[in-house]
Design a protein around this ligand. Structure first.
Ligand code: AMP
Length: 282
């Protein structure tokens, strides 16, 4: 595996690979790797001739009060893990190269970013869309892999690619979980043992929603009430939102008829966790 630090070198590399008729698979990340990241890398490894992973903690997707400074960073460990997963190039640029001081362009994806996490993180998705747009331009991938764990992010990137007529295939990958169901996340390392234990209720509430859907419950309010009951039974869980939305538009639904995403965000202490379940109505 080769580590590339500069945009110029990354572009030159990708141009050569493309010129040789080879396909580039790409996994954008903020590092602190766990099995969720590795599942994306392994799929990329299978699907592309070359696998590029980017490691960049993107400042513009964090609000000033959020955890940008404390976000877990371990370059040595991440390099080893990426290499073992079959990464050819680890692209790890510096923030001031990605965002020089006169940077002033942002990518704004409108409707799908307003609901769910967009309510409490109004500037988050424009930071995500902007950095992913830049990374696509620099890495020039044929396909890019994103986790369903960050479902609104996946939908936002799909929307951006479609709306801007970009030529990259966006591939969504299932959420990888701990054995007790908690969705893997770099932020799980922030959890105190008591909070880690209480965090299991997030997955439990989603499982309850799934049971109700399988029993053909169509009233969103009934499902949401039961989920909230499960979450509220845990004093350490402070709900941000629990919502049922159309799986494509991310607008709330009252009756469940088409494909939906049941999405939630909750604080455990200072740590904000998200999770979701996509339910396809066949
Ligand atoms: P991050 O480093 O947290 O920005 O995540 C990089 C990529 O890994 C994103 O596409 C995430 O959706 C994906 N990802 C993070 N956690 C998981 C997980 N538990 N399962 C699957 N993909 C994940």
């Amino acid at each position: 595996m080769k580590v590339i630090k500069t945009i110029k070198e990354m572009k030159e590399f990708s141009s050569r690979v493309r010129g040789a008729g080879k396909t580039i698979a790409f996994v954008p990340t903020m590092g602190s790797f766990h099995e969720g990241h590795l599942s994306l890398m392994r799929e990329g490894r299978k699907k592309g001739d070359l696998l590029v992973v980017s490691l960049f903690v993107n400042p513009t997707q964090f609000a000033p009060h959020e955890d940008f400074k404390n976000y877990p960073r371990d370059f040595e460990k991440d390099s080893r893990m990426a290499e073992e997963a079959g990464t050819d190039i680890l692209f790890a640029p510096e923030a001031d190269e990605m965002y020089p001081s006169d940077h002033q362009t942002l990518v704004l994806v409108e409707r799908v970013t307003r609901n769910l996490c967009g309510r409490s993180r109004p500037t988050h998705f424009r930071g995500v869309a902007t950095v992913v747009m830049m990374l696509f331009e620099i890495v020039m991938p044929h396909m890019a892999f994103f986790g369903e764990k960050d479902y609104q992010q996946l939908i936002t990137i799909r929307r951006m690619v479609r709306d801007l007529h970009m030529s990259v295939e966006v591939v969504g990958m299932p959420t990888v979980r701990e054995t007790d169901g908690l969705a893997m996340s770099s932020r799980n390392t922030y959890l105190l043992p008591k909070e880690r234990s209480a965090a299991r209720s997030l997955y439990r509430s989603l499982q309850r929603a799934k049971e109700l859907l399988q029993k053909r419950e169509q009233r969103a309010s009934r499902i949401l009430d039961e989920m909230k009951e499960i979450l509220q039974a845990e004093p350490l869980v402070r709900m941000d939102y629990v919502q049922i939305c159309d799986a494509d538009t991310l607008q709330d639904v009252d009756r469940i008829e088409g494909d939906v995403v049941i999405a939630l965000a909750a604080y455990l202490g200072k740590t904000r966790l998200i999770d979701n379940l996509v339910y396809r109505n066949l």
